[in-house]
Structure formats: C-alpha cells, structure tokens
Ligand binder design. Structure first.
Ligand SMILES: Nc1ncnc2c1ncn2[C@@H]1O[C@H](COP(=O)(O)OP(=O)(O)OP(=O)(O)O)[C@@H](O)[C@H]1O
Length: 470
C-alpha cells in the first residue's frame, strides 16, 4: 500500500514556521516513500477561517516548494459525508444522543472538580432510551469503557492511554454540525491517509480519534507527533502568539532552501551534517531520527545557512529571488550592473537578499549626501590632493575594467608617495557614499567611469565646503 500523508492547517492566518516544518516532514515522508501528499483545509471554524488565509498558506507552501499531490480539500464542502458517518455511528449504536444542556454539563464538571475528580462527561445519556421529543441534543461517541489505547508513535515511541481517562466525545453539535475530531477521523479514513504526521499539540486527540476509527472499521494510520517549535517566550509558536509567517522570511531576504534546510534540522539530524539539498533530504529523512523534545528558533543559524545558500547556489537562481527585492525596494537597475554581477561582488558580504539590495543602491543611483561618519573620517582636506590625483588617473583610462582601475589607483598613490589606504578610503567614500563596499577596482568598474568621475567632483566640493566652514 503506498503512503499517503497530509497537511491539515486551519485557515485562520498565515503559515508560520511551526506549521511549515510539520508540512515539510509530511511532504518529505511522502516523497521518500514514493507516496502522496495531500493538502486539507480544516475550515470548519467558520468565524476564524478565511479564503485569504488559505491563499496565504498556499503561498507559503509554494514558496517553499512543498507541492501537494491532491487538494486542497475543504472540510466545509464535506459536511454531507460527515453527517452520513455520524448517522451510521448512531444507527450502529456506536454513538448516542445526549440531551444535557450546557448548564448541566458545566454543573457536572464543577461537582467533579469540587470532589477532587478529573472533570469528565459522566455518560448519563449513554444507555437511556427515554429521549424527549422536543429538546435539543448533541451526539456523543460511545468511547470504550475499558482497556487501553496504544499509540505506537513513530517519533515518541509507545504511548498508552486508558479508556477510563477518555469521556464520550461530542461528534455532532446540537445544530448538527460535526466537531473537529469527527471531521479529522472521517477525512483521514476516506482519504486513505496511512501516516498522520502532525504537531504534538494533537497527541491528546489521537486516542479518541483511534477509537472512532476503530468503531468505523477503518484501518488505523500510523502516527508521528512532531514536537513543537517554541518562540522566544518558551510557548509554542502559534499565530495567536504572533509567530512569524513563512512569507515574512521571503520579505526579510531569505532563500527558501535556507529556511527549508533550517527547519528540517530543527528537530531532525543525520550525523553532524548541516547542509542538505532537497534531494538529499528526500533520501535521508527519517521520522525515527526526529527529536522528541521541542526546539527553539535560532535566527543566527538561519542567517548562517542563508549566507551559505547565497554564496553557493547557482547565480541565476539567486538572481531570480533577488529580483523580488529589487522590485520590493523599488530600485531601478537598468543602468547599472546585472543582478548576476551584483551577486558576484556582494554575495560574500551580506547575509540576506534584502540587505544585498539595501547596500547596493550606489551602483544604480546617485546619492545626494555622504554617510556622515565615513565623510567625517575620510573626506577631510588632506584627502583632496589624493582624490584629484586619482581622478586624473581614472579620467585618462581608455578602457574601464577592474584591472585598469586598479592600475590607475596604484599609479595615483605612487605619484604622491602615499599608501593605498590614503587614496583608497577617500575614493571609496566618494564613489559609494560610505565606508563599506566590495574591492574598489571591481566597485568602480561596475559603477562606470562617468559616474565615478562626477562623484569625485562632488566629494571634492564637499571637502572644499568643509574646509571653508572650518
Ligand atoms: N509551533 C508549532 N510547532 C510545530 N508544529 C506546529 C506548531 N504549531 C502548529 N503546528 C502544526 O501545524 C499544523 C497546522 O496547524 P494549524 O493550522 O492549526 O496552525 P496553528 O498555528 O496551530 O493555529 P493557531 O495558531 O490558530 O493555533 C498542525 O499539524 C499543527 O500541529
């Protein structure tokens, strides 16, 4: 039987990294075993679910290239099926009508708590047949009274839960709508899910769901409960706790493979290997090697991985993702270096694609002011002579290449008997506006001759003005 896994988010916001990692593990397991990965939208909470959230979740999955083989299936479109299953359980005596009012259920719980007992529905309507004709009712599942449910969890190992701990779960509300555990059970069953890989926030639901599946005569799937990713506050990341959405990482300049590599390692390891290509992951990923403990998000490591992928990925691929930031930051790049050229000079120097564009504007745009600290330090009156000399050497060049620029800077320094630094730093501030840039020869070559000469004029004017003011 081939593997079927699923990712089943509730569309109540964007896809955050906790959900994304759980989706990734389900996706990897399906790919690894040559099976199918299903996307199911658990949208039965009508008040909180929105189509915009469904779109945001799919955007996140698309960006991470977690492609689904089937779906998205919407639970709200499957109510007839759920109702049929509830009716079947009722007809077979595996579920029953409960006429308790919410007040009665509350009173029952309060009395149990006052007596020091664990609050639990006491099954008072389980065997009754004296059903009132005109009172609303919900439908409860007849949970077995004895025995234990054993979850042979692929990550957590064996978990045993006594049936005595589980009460008779409501599977349909008094308005006839099915409840969460019922819809999940029906879908996992009808969709032929063989492996339920989900966050361990669901582990308490599992024995209840297994009992309902057994009552339906369904083959039980295998379960793998993935530990939570925790936020800085030590609580599980969730939309309600302001977790960062996957697309925010795109906006912040991360490559999808860096986030994917980071997420897979956060909770799974293969020896001490840190870098995994997608193909390697499909080959090596193994649920039994997942951590049992929760993990905390570490941005430093993600940045390190991002830098690695910026440096080592095919330049055309990085350029494709960089283009998004060009547009996002509204940079006009037609009259400057190509993105491939930019990546070649800045790739080693930045940690994110966003930063790459932020620090590269001078290649494409003139600036109206020099960075204050850099100018204070390097555009002083003593810099005027070296700047004039280097400008003359540069102006005389007949070809504008990094080598020629290099020779011109050297020539200017030698003519004045100065070290390279005395010429180089003022020149850098003059042409880039600040004190940080890739190597000067390459930088000037990419900025272009006319722009460089004009910017040196501006720097000289700035120095002159400064001299007068002093
Ligand atoms: N912090 C987390 N770490 C790992 N997995 C998570 C985390 N939060 C949710 N998941 C898993 O992601 C999947 C989708 O969950 P869901 O759509 O309910 O997201 P959610 O963030 O938990 O929602 P909400 O914030 O509304 O509680 C489930 O399998 C869930 O267990």
């Amino acid at each position: 039987m081939s593997t079927v896994t699923r990712f089943a988010p509730s569309p109540t916001g964007y896809l955050h990294v906790g959900g994304a990692r759980t989706a990734l593990y389900s996706w990897l397991y399906a790919k690894k075993t040559g099976g199918k990965f299903i996307l199911r939208i658990e949208d039965t909470d009508l008040e909180r679910s929105t189509q915009a959230s469904v779109d945001a979740i799919m955007d996140g999955m698309n960006w991470l290239e977690l492609d689904w083989d089937e779906g998205p299936f919407y639970q709200t479109k499957r109510f007839d099926l759920y109702k049929e299953v509830v009716a079947q359980l009722l007809a077979e005596g595996k579920a029953y009508k409960c006429f308790c009012t919410p007040e009665e259920v509350d009173a029952m719980r309060e009395a149990q708590m006052a007596a020091g007992e664990k609050p639990k529905y006491n099954g008072m309507w389980r065997e009754r047949t004296d059903h009132p004709a005109d009172k609303p009712f919900c439908i409860r599942f007849k949970n077995p009274l004895d025995g234990v449910v054993v979850i042979d969890d692929m990550i957590k190992g064996r978990i045993e839960v006594a049936n005595a701990e589980l009460d008779d779960l409501v599977i349909a509300r008094s308005d006839g709508t099915p409840t969460y555990n019922l819809t999940v059970v029906v879908d996992d069953w009808k969709m032929g899910v063989t492996h339920v890989i989900r966050g361990d926030d669901h582990v308490n639901n599992t024995p209840r769901q297994m009992n309902i599946l057994a009552a339906l005569g369904a083959t039980l799937p295998k379960y793998a409960h993935v530990p939570m990713i925790l936020g800085d506050d030590g609580k599980r990341l969730s939309k309600r706790h302001g977790a960062v959405g996957v697309m925010q990482y795109r906006d912040n300049g991360f490559l999808p493979e860096a986030l994917l590599n980071y997420l897979v390692r956060l909770g799974w390891s293969h020896g001490d290997q840190e870098i995994f290509s997608r193909d390697e992951l499909v080959e090596l990923f193994d649920l039994s090697a997942c951590n049992r403990a929760p993990s905390a998000f570490n941005t430093e490591k993600l940045l390190w991985l991002n830098q690695h992928y910026i440096r080592t990925s095919p330049v055309a691929h990085v350029a494709k993702h960089l283009q998004w930031h060009v547009e996002d930051q509204k940079l006009e790049i037609s009259n400057g270096p190509s993105l491939e050229q930019l990546i070649a000079v800045q790739g080693e120097r930045v940690k994110t694609l966003k930063e790459m564009i932020e620090v590269s504007r001078y290649f494409y745009e003139d600036f109206s002011a020099f960075e204050e600290n850099a100018a204070k330090k390097h555009l002083r009156p003593v810099a005027a002579e070296p700047l004039k000399a280097v400008q003359a050497h540069l102006a005389a060049l007949t070809e504008w290449t990094a080598e020629a620029v290099h020779a011109a800077i050297n020539g200017a320094a030698e003519s004045l008997g100065l070290g390279m630094g005395k010429v180089g730093m003022p020149l850098r501030v003059a042409v880039t506006g600040g004190g940080n840039s890739p190597s000067l020869d390459v930088t000037l070559a990419l900025i272009g001759k006319d722009r460089c000469l004009a910017r040196i004029d501006l720097a000289l004017a700035f120095i002159a003005e400064r001299g007068e003011a002093a």
